[in-house]
Ligand binder design. Structure first.
Ligand SMILES: N[C@@H](CCC(=O)N[C@@H](CS)C(=O)NCC(=O)O)C(=O)O
Length: 214
């Protein structure tokens, strides 16, 4: 099984399935396609007509889009319980992951994922609204479903992987958290697999021109 990702410094969508695979201890080969390079488009097009990473290749099967990849992994490795086992918790985990996948455009465009950096920022009202909704989701999941551990649904699930890049964004842009949201963010940031991703990002030498030089 091979996961094709963008560079770890910038590719928040790649982090999600990478973290799910890595935290679950599922063996996989990793291939990094550096983003924003003259050859990036052709390299991604050679593996996926969608023209985006991440892409998962499992034998003759290619799966693209981070959420579809995570769903495939959950089906392929049921013993890893990548979604919560309880049906109600699983439904909410899917809903909050889908909300992340399709929403929070103000936060995503104003505060791009730059895991190696810290940047002063004055969040706009739209970004503040996204931050408010995201922290409400974290607090609600922790309160209703988090009894069995430190993660959104107790034990680690795809929902945690889905919001993991937001933890980095909040740290990069100095958006502070309190209470249950801060405790959950610390638990995710402290995951050994997330630490390995950060080490990989720190070892990268290239930078994306459109984001400026780190
Ligand atoms: N909805 C897609 C979004 C994937 C996406 O936008 N990936 C970015 C990198 S994080 C990409 O491939 N960009 C292509 C490029 O920069 O050339 C998913 O969930 O996988």
């Amino acid at each position: 099984m091979k996961l094709i990702i963008g560079n770890k410094s910038y590719s928040s969508w790649s982090l999600r399935p990478w973290l799910a695979l890595s935290h679950a201890g599922i063996p996989f080969e990793e291939r990094v396609i550096p983003l924003d390079q003259p050859t990036t488009g052709a390299e991604i097009a050679a593996v996926s007509g969608a023209g985006r990473v991440p892409v998962l290749v499992d034998g003759s099967l290619t799966v693209w889009d981070s959420l579809a990849i995570c769903e495939y992994l959950a089906e392929r490795f049921p013993e890893k319980a990548l979604w919560p086992r309880d049906a109600a918790a699983r439904a909410v985990a899917r809903a909050v992951s889908a909300e992340m996948h399709s929403g929070f455009t103000a936060l995503r465009s104003a505060c791009p994922f730059k895991i190696r950096e810290t940047i002063a920022c004055a969040p706009s009202p739209e970004v503040q609204a996204d931050v408010g909704r995201i922290t409400a989701i974290w607090e609600d999941c922790r309160r209703r479903f988090g009894g069995g551990g430190p993660f959104l649904f107790g034990v680690f699930s795809i929902a945690d992987a889905y919001y993991a890049p937001v933890v980095s964004r909040f740290r990069t842009y100095g958006i502070s958290l309190g209470g249950a949201a801060a405790a959950w963010a610390d638990a995710v940031w402290s995951l050994p697999a997330y630490e390995r991703w950060r080490q990989g990002a720190a070892a990268e030498s290239y930078s994306m021109a459109r984001y400026g030089k780190p």
